[in-house]
Design a protein around this ligand. Sequence first.
Ligand code: AMP
Length: 156
Amino acid sequence: MKIQISKQKNENYTIIIGCGRLGANLANTLSDNGEDVLIIDKNKEAFRKLSPAFGGLTLNGDATDLDILLEAQINNATTVIAVTNNDNANILVAQIAREIFHIERVIARLYDPEREYVYHEFGIDTICPAILSVKEIDKILSRPDMLKDRLQEAES
Ligand code: AMP
């Protein structure tokens, strides 16, 4: 199957790898913002997490397979975001995007914060849920009123 990307020159085209909770939410948000987005997952059922209004493309396959990335037209992508639940898959795809296809922005989720240096060596931005959570908890602990505000927000 040939993927049809409606990308015009200079427009953003984002490829998201992994349609889990994070990937699906991100894809829905970008699609709502009118961006061209394609999301890849090796499990077809994962696409059920996308909202009915999702206007992007889905591609079923293993993103560590170069043929899948080529089918996704990675050469046209401006941003690649690797958010599978597998750090090795994320680092591999991020490196391919950066080193072979010279993608401008490459972001990868990383469960193991100790591997962050590997990504930075390759110019890959990382988000690490463990570090983000620690920072957020630390912020709440240092400002008890923030917790109260958040609870009130959640209740309303
Ligand atoms: P979550 O843990 O909820 O963020 O989900 C991660 C998603 O990544 C799952 O839907 C997996 O099927 C998907 N996934 C894991 N490895 C790969 C891979 N190599 N290629 C494509 N999707 C993957």
